[in-house]
Design a protein around this ligand. Structure first.
Ligand code: PMP
Length: 287
């Protein structure tokens, strides 16, 4: 079956899809992106994802490449062509193609829009067993709230984690606090059963899965505190887990080689994962 990508107005064969060599995303990482999960043929939390795309674009003063309605249409058309049932839609907007110069182009250029889809059925199915994470220094810039394609520190941290046999890197700031994962938000459950995840500000990305999980915690009457937590606190926690559109809610059972709690998937993480999966399938959170 042919696999399509969407590139600046056209649905093209994925193998031949390409952008101009002077696309500012390619040369300067001058662009933003979104990843939206798809479950049972339906987009998960589409509106908050597109709202976040809008915010990222505004923060970088990049125009919308098409209207919001049109983007919704393109997403669905690509899903239809690729028969995407369970997986992800990736969308990227860059400032466009212009002669290379750090400053914005002085003549108007059209922002570039690219979309791809990925089938990830298997990831959702087996992530419940728990994963290991490895700490890495958070060496990113001061605007981690913007979802830019400038991901080199995240790439290097994730690679270091993978080379040590861990699934994800947990980024640690100069105060010893875990900010977030390389591509996930980080959570712990304390000995008192309180959930802790870092507050959202310019230091982390405000995850859409994180946001949904906050409302699920509310419905389950779980106590959640948004504050910084140290790596040492995480290592002593009862449970830990990560959230993202790709990994849903994935329990963390090891940090830097040390077992979290009893080293098994905890009840809170398991329950939250189940509730999130239910939400992704039915559009409803806690019933
Ligand atoms: N933090 C970072 C750095 C990420 O790249 C992601 C994935 N987009 C997340 C957190 C989780 O965000 P979301 O739940 O919206 O996927």
């Amino acid at each position: 079956m042919a696999r399509y990508a969407y590139v600046n107005g056209r649905y093209v064969d994925h193998r031949e899809a390409s952008v101009h060599i002077e696309d500012r995303g390619y040369q300067l990482a001058d662009g933003v992106y979104e990843v939206v999960g798809v479950r049972g043929g339906k987009l998960i939390d589409e509106v908050p994802h597109i709202d976040r795309l809008d915010r990222s674009l505004r923060e970088l003063r990049i125009d919308w490449p098409v209207s919001r309605n049109t983007l919704g249409f393109i997403i669905r058309e690509l899903m239809r062509r690729n028969r995407l049932h369970d997986g992800l839609v990736y969308m990227q907007v860059t400032r466009g193609v212009a002669r290379r110069d750090h400053a914005f182009p002085t003549t108007p250029v059209k922002p570039a829009l690219v979309l791809t889809t990925k089938n990830t059925k298997h990831i959702v199915a087996d992530a419940g067993a728990g994963v290991a994470v490895k700490s890495q220094p958070d060496i990113r810039w001061g605007r981690c709230d913007i979802k830019t394609v400038a991901l080199l520190p995240n790439v290097l941290a994730k690679q270091a984690a993978r080379e040590s046999g861990a699934y994800e890197a947990w980024l640690v700031d100069s105060k010893g606090c875990v900010t977030e994962g390389a591509s996930t938000n980080a959570w712990i459950v304390t000995g008192e059963g309180e959930l802790v995840t870092r507050q959202t500000d310019s230091g982390i990305l405000a995850g859409i899965t994180r946001l949904k999980l906050k409302s699920i915690c509310d419905s389950l009457q779980l106590k959640l505190v948004e504050r910084p937590f140290t790596l040492a606190e995480a290592k002593k926690a009862k449970e830990a887990f990560i959230t993202s559109a790709t990994s849903f809610v994935t329990p963390v059972v090891k940090i830097d080689g040390d077992a979290v709690g009893d080293g098994k998937v905890g009840n809170t993480a398991r329950r939250l994962r189940e509730e999130y999966v239910r939400f992704s399938e039915t559009g409803e959170a806690v019933t």
